[in-house]
Design a protein. Structure first.
Ligand SMILES: Nc1nc2c(c(=O)[nH]1)N[C@H]1C(S)=C(S)[C@@H](COP(=O)(O)OP(=O)(O)OC[C@H]3O[C@@H](n4cnc5c(=O)[nH]c(N)nc54)[C@H](O)[C@@H]3O)O[C@H]1N2
Ligand SMILES: Nc1nc2c(c(=O)[nH]1)N[C@H]1C(S)=C(S)[C@@H](COP(=O)(O)OP(=O)(O)OC[C@H]3O[C@@H](n4cnc5c(=O)[nH]c(N)nc54)[C@H](O)[C@@H]3O)O[C@H]1N2
Ligand code: SF4
Ligand SMILES: [Mo]
Length: 691
């Protein structure tokens, strides 16, 4: 039996793995050695976790590098040396011809900390390119931007997930936790058994909403107005914690003035939420000792996502919650390493440990660890969507190396982005299966998957955990670390390029030391002994280990003056308003049994693979002549798709919902970006629906 964690979402449920004749045996793993801060998974797994071994023996695994034959256009098997030689020489040639930014990298929030770190180093040291970003921009980047602005640091949850049970009220804004991290929803049930209340804000009555006490169903894209209206009522009720606001925040008086005109009837007109329901929630928040606000993608995946999160942080600050036990604000990050993957340098503007690529002292620190001159580290590059949009254009990169993302399915405005990928001189994809993106590549590199390698992940709570290798990989695959080091060496990069995860982690510790996400005090041994360590965890002082930091903000926020910033935001609404031609709101998201672009889960036989569908209310279905199970045509200005109708009365009559796990809906989604996080507006566009 080997200790590991699930290959999928940010809950990173504990697993015990053992090899079996059919492949891999998986069992949930109880929390060991733990008297405080138990893991958020409650010792359980969801359906995806239980069946994750299905890819082990699968014939769909890639087991040989492939190169596209220029004459026939077909992919043919080659050995690793040939594949890496070809990639390295073409990267070098593109650099020689067009400069270092001709080569670009796209990473993923599912990669281990070690891989994210080494990928960032590959870009800056081996390729000298500024052009690296990752799919985390699709995910929680608006919450990250808001957290940095308001609190001075971005750790999704500043407290362990099980703290939910200590709250009096938990507000879930755009989270369908019961389907997207099912074991975590048990904390909601226990909170309610204790008499606590759950509020869900979602245009759909989801399985999560079915477990709530109050459900608000705003029109997609109207969350800022809703939050402004709640703060208006909280202030009117005299429920602002004036001492907290005075001592622990700045800017609150401006915020207070800015919500003065957001009376409930105005909010009702914009959000469709009856003013009585808004008052009910405001009263609940105003009268509770411990309020916890949690946002997820429904709140964040908008061109106004950062503003929505800031507006909710203002509510939490007004009530005096951040830093109080069992209360505060947090973001439920999504991908397996959604937290760690955003800390160690695969972002366009970032160096390891949350260091800034534009800060001279940060550059000097990391350059010393890498053994290079700080002047050789490039500056800030393009954000994910802007990077993809620039591919193959005269000013843009000519090559892209993809690790850990299936762009063809998951990027917004996907038809245009797919055309950009096809226009490249060189597309290299490292994957475990032939994803829709790998199928377009010039070179495909087959890599190991989670149980076949080791490495650390940082879960949604900021808890750094360790996956151990449990089984031997199939012949012909190599780890991402091998691949990165193999390219770096062929490119003649300076410094060391270890391929053993623990050795890479030792270098990451040094690079992050003194940064905001400080991992210097975390070791593989400590993670093993403690079943996870929370960052920041600085290096030992006088031989004394730092305990790690499960809870932030008890005494101070991370801004130099220790205070949180209350920031004024205003309602702008969706980038694309409904019109006579496109009268319905289209929103997108997830179902329990599929994960992300589906590259992994659609290949697991035990999981239902029903294809995309359109959730539609009976009233709207009646108007367009749609019948349950029969095909519907959905169009936006960018594209169209057909999928069967699922007629349900749990969705607003002015909105349809389509899951994104199958190719289709992202041909329709809007690529309008949030001005500060550069997050695309996946969660609302204007569409036309016909039978
Ligand atoms: N089963 C499953 N679990 C997953 C994943 C998966 O693919 N499948 N992916 C993981 C990842 S990476 C992530 S990021 C998380 C995502 O986890 P969640 O954020 O919980 O998932 P979503 O379904 O994207 O969106 C949540 C809800 O937002 C609602 N919503 C849509 N528009 C709006 C709006 O304008 N305002 C509000 N308030 N709500 C709105 C949707 O109806 C939906 O129910 O899940 C993780 N877990
Ligand atoms: N319409 C719409 N679109 C969305 C969203 C939405 O809500 N609506 N959500 C967005 C969000 S939150 C996210 S996070 C993205 C996710 O979308 P993607 O970025 O496409 O993420 P995955 O589908 O997880 O793709 C990961 C790929 O990497 C491969 N892989 C897995 N592990 C490894 C590894 O260790 N190494 C390597 N090299 N490859 C590996 C998998 O097989 C898969 O092909 O989608 C976004 N797109
Ligand atoms: S909740 Fe997430 S981490 Fe846990 S088993 Fe399911 S997919 Fe895996
Ligand atoms: Mo995500």
């Amino acid at each position: 039996m080997t200790d590991s964690h699930c290959p999928y979402c940010s809950l990173q449920c504990g697993m015990a793995l053992s090899p079996s004749r059919s492949g891999l045996q998986i069992a949930p793993r109880a929390d060991r050695n733990r008297t405080s801060n138990p893991r958020g998974d409650d010792g359980a797994l969801c359906r995806k976790g239980w069946t994750a071994g299905g890819l082990r023996g699968s014939r769909e695994r890639l087991t040989s590098p492939l190169i596209r034959d220029r004459a026939t256009g077909e992919l043919r098997a080659v050995d690793w040396d040939e594949a890496l030689d070809v990639v390295a020489s073409r990267l070098a040639a593109l650099r020689a011809e067009h400069g270092p930014d001709a080569n670009a990298i796209f990473g993923g929030g599912g990669l281990t900390n070690e891989k994210s770190y080494l990928l960032g180093k590959l870009a800056r040291v081996a390729l000298g390119t500024s052009q690296i970003d990752y799919n985390g921009r699709w995910c929680m980047s608006s919450a990250a931007s808001a957290g940095n602005q308001a609190f001075g640091v971005d750790r999704g949850l500043p407290f362990p997930l099980a703290d939910i049970e200590e709250a009096d009220v938990v507000v879930l804004v755009g989270s369908n936790m019961a389907e997207t991290m099912p074991p975590a929803a048990r904390h909601l049930d226990r909170l309610r058994e204790r008499g606590g209340k759950v509020v869900v804000i979602d245009p759909r009555v989801t399985p999560t909403a079915a477990r709530a006490d109050v459900v608000l169903q705003p029109v997609p894209g109207s969350d800022v107005a809703l939050a402004l209206g709640l703060l208006h009522l909280i202030d009117a009720a005299g429920a602002v914690d004036e001492t907290y606001v005075r001592e622990r925040t700045t800017g609150f008086e401006d915020v207070r003035r800015s919500v003065a005109s957001w009376w409930p009837e105005r909010v009702e007109r914009i959000t469709g939420v009856p003013s009585g329901e808004l008052r009910e929630v405001a009263d609940l928040l105003a009268g509770s000792e411990r309020v916890m606000v949690l946002t997820a993608r429904g709140a964040e995946q908008h061109a106004t996502g950062t503003d929505t999160v800031l507006a909710w942080i203002n509510i939490a600050l007004a009530l005096g919650m951040p830093g109080r036990p069992g209360a505060g604000y947090g973001c439920l990050t999504g991908q397996g390493n959604g937290q760690g993957g955003r800390e160690h340098g695969q972002k366009a503007d970032q160096l390891p440990g949350y260091r800034s690529i534009t800060d001279p002292a940060d550059r000097a620190h990391v350059a010393a660890v890498w053994g290079v001159d700080p002047a050789t580290i490039p500056g800030k590059g393009r954000s994910a969507y802007e990077l993809l949009q620039a591919l193959g254009t005269p000013e843009g990169p000519k090559s892209l190396l993809v690790l850990g993302s299936n762009i063809v399915v998951s990027a917004p405005n996907a038809t245009e982005i797919t055309a950009r990928l096809q226009s490249l001189d060189l597309l290299v994809v490292a994957d475990i299966v032939m994803s829709e993106t790998a199928a377009l590549a010039d070179v495909v590199l087959p890599v190991t998957q989670w149980a076949e390698e080791g490495g650390t992940m940082t879960n949604l709570e900021g808890r750094v955990i360790l996956r151990h290798q449990a089984i031997t990989p199939p012949a012909g695959v190599r780890s991402d670390l091998d691949l990165i080091a193999g390219l770096a060496e062929r490119l003649g990069a300076p410094g060391v390029w270890p391929t053993d995860p623990e050795t890479v982690f030792e270098e990451l510790r040094a690079a992050s030391s003194g940064g905001k996400a400080d991992y210097a005090g975390i070791t593989y041994d400590r993670i093993r002994a403690e079943d996870g360590v929370f960052w920041p965890c600085p290096a030992p002082v006088e031989g004394e280990d730092h305990p790690g930091t499960p809870r932030l903000f008890a005494d101070a926020f991370a801004h130099p003056d220790g205070r949180a910033r209350a920031l004024v935001v205003d309602h702008r609404g969706p980038a694309e308003e409904v019109s006579a031609d496109y009268p319905v709101h289209l929103t997108t998201g997830r179902v329990l049994a599929q994960y992300q672009s589906g590259a992994q889960t659609r290949r697991i036989r035990e999981l239902p693979d029903e294809g995309a569908f359109v959730e539609i209310h009976p009233l709207l279905a009646g108007r367009v002549g749609a019948r349950d199970g029969e095909p519907l045509l959905i169009r936006t200005v960018r594209g169209e798709m057909k999928a069967p109708a699922r007629v349900v009365d749990t969705i607003r009559p002015d909105t349809v919902f389509v899951p994104f796990h199958w190719v289709g809906v992202n041909k329709l989604t809007n690529d309008a970006l949030d001005p500060s996080s550069r997050m695309p507006e996946f969660k609302v566009s204007a569409c036309a629906v016909s039978a």
